[in-house]
Write a protein that binds this ligand. Structure first.
Ligand SMILES: C[S@@+](CC[C@H](N)C(=O)[O-])C[C@H]1O[C@@H](n2cnc3c(N)ncnc32)[C@H](O)[C@@H]1O
Length: 282
């Protein structure tokens, strides 16, 4: 039984981190003319109304996109690019709508590129299906994102990105991701893989990274942004992304963007960033 609803969290600091990276990953795919394909395995509803009761419950977006919304003139081109993607959904400059990863990815497709979306929750899937009705570049599947890796990949384009962004409702999510990364890399060794994770209790995410290292998949980069001390009591202390086959020089770009994000999103004097190759590029 799935109970997670992203509407409560849309636009929070973890979404900002994730979607800033997503924009950079897709922009890098534009460097070649050849078409690419994006698979978003845990797609959510596609867009979120920030005035809705779930979004207003804890107003998590205020500590995320809300912090960057009015800063556009002072941001680096990459963060300004991300904010511009959100602004495109809020043409009168009032922040009301937050685009999820499917909408952000769709906005960055060129005419020959494709987006595949999988979502298991019936309500979220129905919203997603309606969101992309009649869009011939987007395929929406009501299926398990992990199963889709085998069914949908490798894509005929042989270029592209897989975003794995689960809800971490299940105790074995890190184990599932480990298997998924292994399967995915065996099927499509050159695809870009991005796995988002929360930093709640620090130990499990570090143990998982050690297991990922043991898979001996080359070119595995870890990027993290922490806003709270990692030994603080319960809560979302930070967020991270594992990137396999990241685009050339993304590490340099993230070396600038992570401290900038930390500064924009800071809560008191805490906070830390981490950028580390878990396995080197060949
Ligand atoms: C963190 S949310 C996704 C947010 C979205 N990627 C974004 O950035 O806008 C995770 C989603 O995964 C869905 N989900 C959970 N388990 C799934 C599975 N096995 N396959 C596909 N979707 C799943 C949940 O219903 C939820 O909508």
């Amino acid at each position: 039984m799935l109970s997670y609803r992203h509407a409560f969290h849309a636009g929070n600091f973890a979404d900002v981190f994730k979607h800033v990276l997503l924009v950079q990953l897709i922009r890098a795919l534009h460097r070649k003319d050849k078409p690419f394909c994006v698979l978003d395995t845990h797609a959510g509803a596609g867009r979120y109304n920030l005035h809705s009761p779930p979004a207003q419950k804890n107003r998590e977006f205020a500590g995320g996109i809300g912090q960057l919304w009015t800063e556009a003139g002072r941001l680096s081109p990459e963060l300004a690019d991300y904010v511009a993607q959100v602004r495109a959904f809020n043409p009168d400059s009032q922040l009301r709508v937050y685009p999820g990863s499917p909408r952000i990815a769709r906005a960055l497709l060129r005419p020959g590129d494709r987006l595949m979306l999988t979502e298991l929750h019936p309500t979220e899937h129905a919203a997603l299906k309606a969101e992309f009705a009649n869009d011939r570049q987007v395929a929406v599947h009501h299926t398990d994102g992990y199963a889709a890796l085998k069914a949908l990949l490798p894509p005929p384009e042989r270029r592209g990105l897989v975003l794995l962004d689960p809800a971490y409702e299940l105790k074995d999510e890190f184990d599932r991701l480990l298997t998924a990364v292994q399967t995915l890399h065996r099927r499509w060794a050159t695809g870009v893989i991005a796995v988002w994770y929360p930093i709640l209790d620090r130990a499990p995410s570090l143990r998982w990274q050690q297991s990922l290292q043991k898979l001996a998949i080359p070119a595995m980069l870890c990027a993290e942004l922490g806003l709270y001390p990692y030994d603080a009591p319960l809560g979302l202390h930070g967020t991270g992304m594992i990137l396999i086959n990241p685009p050339w020089k993304l590490d340099e770009t993230l070396g600038r963007l992570l401290p900038e994000l930390r500064q924009c999103l800071r809560v008191g004097d805490h906070g830390q960033t981490r950028l580390e190759w878990l396995t080197p590029a060949p």
